[in-house]
Design a protein around this ligand. Structure first.
Ligand SMILES: Nc1nc2c(ncn2[C@@H]2O[C@H](COP(=O)(O)OP(=O)(O)O)[C@@H](O)[C@H]2O)c(=O)[nH]1
Ligand SMILES: [Mg+2]
Length: 350
């Protein structure tokens, strides 16, 4: 399972540049004119994880599989995108599939790169993009309302949401009962998705405190610098950062913020001592939900799960020793998985 993050923003905000700062390959085309990105660009990033490698080491496991994030570089949205302006609708469609939206906002000045609205105004830029998302959602819901296949209850619900959207309220801000939430979720509304704002800043501002948008601090990243940095090997990257008085690469910052925004935790499996693997689940997932991430049969035939914290296991030195010392605990299907749990599922094989 891979988290999927879509990068959006106005043309020339630096989306493709940020994409290149995050992924190693393939590189997206970067240019000083709008709409370089004709096709969506997809890059998979392995999430660096020290504990995972240490687990593999103590158990002598040769194969290590990290959790991944898939980044999608989506073409620039402009006013009218929902009606097919610019590259329009087809790109809105790509946003529907993502778990999280990374919304890039231009702060860098650089006179030679045109800004679509000839001035740099982050709050207005965000507004324009979000309005397109909202209008696209309205279209989705109105289409459904026209189709007549909904029940009277559902039609009433649709009308309430359409009304709110028409007032400029994003779907994520509408309070819904659980049963209505399930109905609405099926539409994959764009304004229901979590957004992380990224201020794309000038190089000389990288050691300043983070930018604020509407009073809140946002991730502040010098995308062009980071894209160049990403060309180097990890060790060299760390050295360059240190020399400049910076702590984390854009990639590390984005991964951390994405985990936080999506309330994601990691658990590990070292089953059969053949593969050490990291998995992502939502915080407060139960053991059986975690099992289902691995295989639907694991959930179906779930009996018990053995559990120990990764750092504790690493300190003890091996699964066998941990077992002997009684440090591996046995839980049922309702156990709430904790961050950095090492889990071994016991299933009733049919
Ligand atoms: N000075 C500066 N230029 C940038 C930065 N990020 C992007 N650019 C430039 O802005 C132009 C558009 O960037 P691009 O990533 O293609 O924008 P997109 O249309 O949002 O994908 C390119 O010429 C980039 O080199 C930045 O952080 N600083
Ligand atoms: Mg682009």
């Amino acid at each position: 399972m891979s988290l999927k993050i879509g990068i959006i923003g106005l043309p020339n905000a630096g989306k493709s540049t940020l994409f290149n700062a995050l992924v190693t390959k393939p590189k997206a085309g970067v240019a000083a004119h709008p709409f370089t990105t004709i096709d969506k660009n997809i890059g998979v990033v392995e999430i660096p994880d020290d504990s995972l490698f240490q687990l593999a080491k103590i158990e002598n496991i040769g194969k290590v599989t990290t959790a991944t994030i898939t980044f999608v570089d989506i073409a620039g949205l402009i006013k009218g995108a929902h009606q097919g302006e610019g590259l329009g609708n087809q790109f809105l469609h790509h946003i529907r599939e993502v778990d999280l939206i990374l919304h890039v906002v231009r702060f860098f000045k650089n006179e030679s790169i045109p800004h679509v609205h000839s001035k740099i105004d982050p709050e207005e830029d965000i507004e324009i993009v979000n309005e397109e998302l909202l209008l696209a959602d309205l279209q989705t819901l109105e289409k459904r309302l026209d189709k007549e296949k909904s029940t009277p209850d559902e039609r009433a619900m649709l009308k309430i949401i359409i009304d709110k959207l028409n007032q400029g309220v994003q779907a994520s801000e509408i309070k819904l009962e659980d049963k209505d939430k399930a109905f609405v979720k099926a539409f994959n509304l764009l304004t229901l998705k979590k957004q992380l704002l990224v201020a794309n800043i000038d190089e000389d501002e990288m050691t300043d405190s983070p930018k604020k948008i509407a009073g809140s601090e946002v991730l502040s990243i010098g995308a062009r610098f980071e894209a160049d940095l990403n060309e180097y090997k990890w060790v060299e990257q760390q050295k360059i950062l240190k020399d400049l008085g910076l702590k984390k690469t854009a990639k590390e910052q984005v991964i951390k913020a994405a985990y936080h925004a999506l309330d994601t935790i990691t658990f590990y499996t070292i089953a059969k001592r053949k593969e050490a693997r990291a998995w992502l689940v939502k915080r407060n997932s139960t053991a059986i939900e975690a099992a289902a991430k691995i295989h639907s049969d694991f959930a179906k035939y779930f009996v018990k799960v053995e559990q120990i914290n990764a750092q504790e296991l690493i300190k003890i030195g091996s699964w066998l020793k941990a077992h002997e010392q009684g440090k591996v605990l046995l839980h049922g299907k309702d156990y709430l998985v904790q961050n950095a749990d090492v889990l071994e599922f016991k299933v009733a094989v049919k």
